[in-house]
Design a protein around this ligand. Structure first.
Ligand code: CP
Length: 319
């Protein structure tokens, strides 16, 4: 069994030491993406299937880059164009892929619990790339790595998740990861988009974005998940922006420098102003860059790579 177990389903079930191990293992892999030849042999001979049943740009492409930079053989499967569109089940699809002798499955699915469901039924390692409203563990890991890079620590850092917490798997994974690593966590958004009883998890709730900005070291601004909402959560997008939008004017009044993060894709002019997204506070593209190293670390550790040899693995030494 690997240091992470067989699968990566979420941060809820990881110990703080396992989360730290993932972040530490990602560190040496960052440099691989800066080389002219972005390839190391750590996963040579491994076959990985990326099963994406929901749209994705960052997660799908960065998993594929991570796999290729580790020299794995990769195949991408989407619902459209596969026999899923003819009614084949998730498990039948995965079992047919396993019959072709694969090693790992990366899955994004609209149903909460889909990754766990699959992990219990196939022998290959399963990595959750986002399941419904449940978890998006690699997004939270790259968020944690970005905070640690920029602020030098996670413990004690004040992080406020802003916006649609209720429908957000990114929020759930961040809440687990941040609290396990000792950050102070707050949320800010309309009452209708906050899970009931969230205060009981030790999370501070801000009703005004101005108060959240005054408190936070980091704002992680979440997308309004319009595709997961039934009608009636907010009066209108314009009203949401007026009350909760992270704008340049609001940041100018912040008492201290703060980082602005966003997992993407952004709704510019809804949850975030373009001047903020592209401005000096923004670390949004640093998050994307870190996504490749974090996913390399996840793949490497689940393939049985020794954490202490990640540095050697990137130099091409035997692992
Ligand atoms: N952050 C994120 O999951 O983006 P994608 O949907 O583009 O993968």
């Amino acid at each position: 069994m690997t240091a992470l177990g067989k699968d990566l389903i979420g941060l809820e079930t990881l110990a703080p030491e396992q989360i730290r191990l993932l972040l530490d293992t990602a560190e040496p892999f960052k440099e691989v993406s800066e080389r002219p030849i972005k390839k190391v042999p750590a996963l040579r001979g491994k076959t990985i299937v990326n099963l994406f049943f929901e749209a994705s740009t960052r997660t799908r492409i960065s998993f594929e880059f991570a796999e290729k930079r580790l020299s794995a053989d990769t195949v991408n499967v989407a619902a459209t164009g596969s026999s899923v569109s003819k009614g084949e089940t998730l498990v039948d699809t995965a079992k047919n892929l396993e019959a072709m002798r694969i090693d790992m499955v990366v899955i994004r699915h609209g149903a909460s619990g889909a990754a766990q469901f699959l992990a219990r039924r196939i022998a290959s390692n399963v990595i959750n790339a986002g399941d419904g409203k449940h978890e998006h563990p690699t997004q939270a890991l790259l968020d944690l790595l970005t905070i640690r890079d920029k602020l030098g620590r996670i413990e004690g850092t004040k992080v406020c998740l802003v916006g649609d917490i209720l429908h957000s798997r990114v929020a759930r994974s961040n809440l687990w990861g941040l609290t396990k690593l000792g950050a102070q966590v707050a949320v800010c958004g309309p009452r209708t988009l906050l899970p009931r009883g969230i205060e009981e998890l030790g999370v501070t709730v801000f009703r005004r974005i101005e108060d959240a900005i005054a408190w936070a070291d980091v704002l992680n601004v979440l997308r309004l998940q319009l595709e997961r909402m039934e009608a009636g959560f907010i009066p209108s997008l314009r009203e949401y922006y007026r009350v909760f939008g992270v704008t340049a004017e609001r940041l100018e009044r912040a008492p201290k420098e703060l980082l602005v993060m966003h997992p993407g894709p952004m709704n510019r002019g809804v949850e975030i102003d373009s001047r903020v997204a592209d401005g000096a506070h923004s670390v949004i593209l640093d998050q994307v860059t870190n996504g490749v190293a974090v996913r390399m670390a996840v793949l490497y550790l689940l393939a049985g790579g020794k954490p202490e040899l990640a540095d050697a693995a990137k130099r091409g030494a035997p692992d």
